[in-house]
Write a protein that binds this ligand. Structure first.
Ligand SMILES: CC(C)(COP(=O)(O)OP(=O)(O)OC[C@H]1O[C@@H](n2cnc3c(N)ncnc32)[C@H](O)[C@@H]1OP(=O)(O)O)[C@@H](O)C(=O)NCCC(=O)NCCS
Length: 201
């Protein structure tokens, strides 16, 4: 895949599509014998993320390739005061659909998030990953993330913490066109005010 992918805020009509991406990924993980994400998508949470403008969809030629949510919400059970939690943005629900895999679109999405963190004046792009998933840990390390530590809480399955310096770009995937909406209406619809801005990477 050489054409640029588009990364833009999702709108409320796309909650269902993001939930199906989760379901499809959950099935794929199960088929690989991985116990990550073996529960239904939390549609309420997706709706909240779409409403707050933090859930994005990744598309190419009008087809969904995946999704990511990025926000400034450091999980207080994982990120401690010493990590300076406000100096990062956090990636969640990072999915590239099976049909789009193996072309490093994940690398593009992480590069996009890294640029976004830099533009927001942050120092880090951070993720938390499934504690027991060594293959996923290898994936993040291959993308230039350092393993900060693994927080092993009995009631949490995630807790392997990774970070990469904001602005670090691997350039391993196709380029992107990022669309940013500075304003979302409280009901999640796109605001008619404010500037929609595109940027390319
Ligand atoms: C991580 C992801 C976004 C990367 O997408 P991509 O850029 O197309 O890269 P690939 O899918 O080719 O993944 C690279 C490798 O990591 C492996 N991998 C990715 N996610 C994995 C997971 N959750 N568990 C185990 N292995 C995983 C892939 O099988 C692949 O291995 P291979 O090179 O031996 O085939 C995508 O694989 C994905 O959606 N994974 C499932 C959801 C997930 O775990 N997201 C991260 C949550 S913290």
């Amino acid at each position: 895949m050489h054409e640029r992918v588009t990364i833009r805020p999702a709108d409320l009509s796309e909650v269902e599509a993001i939930a199906s991406m989760w379901q499809e990924t959950s099935k794929w993980l199960h088929s690989k014998g991985v116990d990550q994400w073996q529960y239904p998508a939390d549609e309420e949470k997706i709706t909240r993320d779409v409403t707050s403008g933090t859930a994005y969809v990744v598309t190419s030629a009008g087809k969904y390739l995946g999704t990511i949510t990025v926000d400034e919400n450091a999980d207080p059970e994982f990120w401690a005061k010493k990590d300076l939690p406000t100096e990062a943005i956090y990636g969640h629900r990072i999915i590239i659909l099976p049909h789009a895999r193996g072309k490093s679109v994940g690398a593009t999405v992480l590069d996009w998030a890294s640029r976004k963190a830099e533009k927001a004046g942050k120092r880090w792009l951070r993720v938390d990953a499934w504690k027991t998933n060594t293959e996923l840990a290898r994936y993040y390390e291959g993308q230039g993330f350092e393993h900060v530590r693994t927080v092993d809480l009995p009631h949490r399955r995630s807790g392997a913490l990774f970070q990469r310096e904001a602005g670090t770009i691997t350039g391993a995937g196709p380029g992107f066109l990022g669309l940013e909406s500075p304003l979302h209406e409280p009901d999640g619809t796109r605001s008619t005010e404010g500037q929609w801005g595109w940027y390319a990477g």
